[in-house]
Design a protein around this ligand. Structure first.
Ligand SMILES: Nc1nc2c(c(=O)[nH]1)N[C@H]1C(S)=C(S)[C@@H](COP(=O)(O)O)O[C@H]1N2
Ligand SMILES: [Mo]
Length: 443
């Protein structure tokens, strides 16, 4: 078959699949007797002119726009709204919110819906003209930067996800049948970050021989800090002041944050005020609690884990997914997001029969390294019970594990993962579609 013919066949095949779409829209002339001429007359009469406008600041704001009042998707969060504790303990110092990942279109999370994870209450109110970044320690020339000085340096713009290591919970809320993608995977978001390459600034201060770690510290009350290996700092870290075309949001670290692409969320220090170069990791109190796992019994082998860095190959179907309902039989694109801390997503497979058979989904692009990647899969739902799953493979060849495979990685069984909180829970997420169209979490 020549390329033209195969293109035509592809087109015809696509047309046949799309014919099923009529399930959701009304074909004209309609069964109820509406003629095409009626429909055209009706369309011509339809006007939004003269509709009473909404109150100022509600829908229309000439200075800083707001979304339509019909759009109500929002984060779930607040103080103590969810927690990191292995046994479900309530953390008073914790403030956070989950992104409504099922409502995101394409790959970019609107900044107002970006998840946030803050270990010290509400975001600090920082005057950008007063903010300083100090770089010192094992450097030739310690320096202090204002924001303006950083903005004068050559800027770069990169699309990257940030994901908390607690994302993908298979226990607690994440194991309940009513769980939505927001509950199970609402701790990852993807933005377009603009800022200065960290390596460029480090070249300016001059890295001393032997410096192998950088402690990044924030200006908030609790002085959140996290060490990053020098190799990573020199590779692709960013000092970001921009997010999706405007200043980084207060929740995301205004006016300056560190972006450590693909690494655990904690390496992306917000409200960044100090970088200290050293020849060993600082191992702060926080790092003891969050980067190693020392609690007895947390893992079956009772061993602690040393620092973990990259987030693994992951994906989740966001539609149809837990908490949603298919209103009618027929064509329904299965869509979701895939991502990996190791680089670009190479492949996403979808199963509609509980993992018995898998077919390649379409990567809808752009496919960017260490960024959310949108996938789609043409599906016709005939009203049967179905279990939907997605499985991603990244450019390093890492394949997203099943729950059982994830257990093997941590040396625990699948049931342990359903009852205990572990980090890096990138297990394949099954969504069960019941005969009446309701969709449930089936982990
Ligand atoms: N200064 C500071 N940086 C921080 C945190 C914090 O509490 N304070 N939380 C970390 C954690 S645990 C995560 S998962 C990410 C979340 O980034 P986001 O809130 O922009 O989504 O920020 C990290 N950086
Ligand atoms: Mo986090």
């Amino acid at each position: 078959m020549n390329p033209k013919q195969s293109e035509r066949r592809r087109f015809l095949k696509g047309g046949a699949a799309l014919a099923g779409l009529a399930a959701g829209a009304i074909a004209i002339p309609s069964a109820s007797g509406q003629s095409l001429q009626d429909a055209i007359t009706q369309a011509a009469a339809q006007t939004y002119e003269g509709t009473p406008g909404p109150a100022p600041g509600q829908q229309f704001d000439p200075i800083y726009g707001v979304r339509s009042r019909y759009e109500t998707s929002g984060r779930i969060g607040g103080i103590g709204a969810f927690h990191h504790g292995p046994n479900g303990e309530f953390s008073r110092r914790f403030l956070g919110a989950l992104t409504p990942i099922q409502d995101v279109m394409g790959i970019i999370t609107p900044a107002a819906l970006h998840y946030y994870d803050s270990h010290g209450y509400i975001p600090p109110d920082i005057d950008p003209t007063q903010h300083r970044l100090l770089i010192h320690g094992m450097v030739d020339r310690p320096m202090i930067f204002t924001l303006e000085e950083l903005k004068r340096l050559p800027a770069i713009t990169r699309t990257h996800f940030i994901e908390c290591n607690a994302n993908g919970a298979t226990s607690g809320y994440g194991s309940e049948s009513e769980a939505t993608p927001q509950i199970t995977h609402g701790l990852t978001s993807c933005s377009i970050w603009t800022g200065v390459q960290l390596s460029r600034v480090l070249d300016m201060v001059g890295v001393k021989k032997g410096a192998s770690w950088i402690l990044a510290e924030s200006a908030e009350g609790t002085r959140f800090s996290k060490g990053i290996p020098m190799e990573k700092a020199m590779d692709d870290c960013l000092l970001a002041y921009g997010q999706n075309g405007e200043a980084v949001r207060p929740e995301q670290g205004y006016p300056l944050r560190l972006i450590s692409p693909g690494y655990e969320g904690i390496y992306n220090v917000k409200w960044l005020s100090r970088l200290e170069l050293a020849d060993s990791p600082a191992i702060t109190e926080r790092e003891l609690y969050y980067n190693t796992t020392v609690e007895q019994g947390r893992y079956a082998d009772n061993k602690s884990r040393w620092f973990r860095f990259e987030m693994g190959a992951n994906s989740v179907i966001t539609r149809p997914a837990g908490g949603q309902r298919l209103e009618s039989h027929g064509f329904c694109e299965v869509t979701g997001l895939a991502w990996s801390g190791a680089g670009a997503i190479r492949r996403v497979e979808v199963s509609t029969d509980n993992g018995r058979t898998w077919k390649d989904a379409e990567l809808q692009g752009p496919v960017l390294p260490k960024a959310h990647t949108r996938f789609g899969f043409a599906w016709n739902w005939g009203g049967e019970e179905a279990v939907l799953m997605s499985r991603s493979t990244d450019e390093r060849g890492q394949v997203q594990p099943s729950l059982v495979e994830l257990g093997k990685i941590w040396d625990v069984d699948a049931n342990y993962l359903r009852t205990h909180m572990v980090g890096h829970a990138n297990a394949i997420r099954p969504w069960k579609v019941t005969a009446n169209g309701s969709v449930y979490n089936a982990i």
